[in-house]
Design a protein around this ligand. Structure first.
Ligand SMILES: Cc1cc2nc3c(=O)[nH]c(=O)nc-3n(C[C@H](O)[C@H](O)[C@H](O)COP(=O)(O)O)c2cc1C
Length: 194
């Protein structure tokens, strides 16, 4: 059993991304895991101000939703990052959330090359939806996920689910017309197996 924190970084309340998350969560819960969903639409998290107060032992000067998320982040076994694709990358809400990891970094006397501090290391996965479905559609989003979360912070990647082709000219969510919900369910079901 794993405690899985799902960060839903925007998207419509019943849109493609939240449906993708629900299918993932259903599979993961059926396998005995405990899921907590956090919507960054409800729990607002602003980007880092770069004031460096946290580097002088002070709490983050930003008084927003991130403070209540810190204990949840620290106690989770895995964090799922779920976002719609906005202008070819992750949503600004997800970017702001990731920036705030700066204030939970700890001093590392012997950091690996290219990292300067220690972060709470978790397993993680990326769930994304988009309208288009070209081979390059998610390139920037996946690149950012790998650079920032896996290579830099040090999370252990458990998989990436890219649900392209969920758009429609009338703008309505179309993910139920694809096979991505089944893929997400299977991903959730097997998430803790490997
Ligand atoms: C501001 C904005 C920017 C978007 N940018 C892209 C994009 O660059 N590429 C793409 O394929 N779809 C893009 N889309 C479509 C969404 O990624 C897609 O419809 C997604 O599934 C919406 O998620 P939701 O239903 O959870 O709100 C964009 C949508 C919005 C609202």
């Amino acid at each position: 059993m794993k405690r899985i924190l799902v960060i839903i970084a925007g998207g419509r309340p019943n849109g493609n991304t939240s449906q993708l998350v629900d299918s993932f969560a259903k599979g993961a819960e059926e396998s005995g895991n405990q899921i907590e969903r956090i919507s960054l639409l409800k729990t607002e998290v602003k980007g880092c101000l770069g004031c460096n107060a946290c580097r002088y032992g002070k709490p983050c000067v930003q008084k927003d939703g991130f403070n209540e998320l810190i204990p949840k982040i620290k106690s989770a076994g895995a964090i799922i990052f779920a976002s719609p694709l906005y202008f070819w990358t992750i949503s600004s809400r997800l970017k702001a959330f990731i920036e705030r990891f700066y204030c939970i970094a700890e001093e590392d006397p012997a950091p690996p090359r290219g990292r300067y501090e220690k972060y709470p290391i978790k397993e993680c996965a990326l769930l994304m939806t988009s309208a288009d479905d070209f081979f390059w559609t998610f390139e920037q989003a996946v690149s950012y996920y790998k650079f920032s979360l896996i290579n830099y912070i040090g999370f252990r990647d458990k998989g990436i689910l890219l649900a392209g082709g969920c758009g429609d000219p009338d703008g309505k969510p179309q993910i139920d017309k694809t096979n991505h919900l089944e893929e997400a369910y299977e991903f959730g079901k097997t998430f803790c197996e490997n």
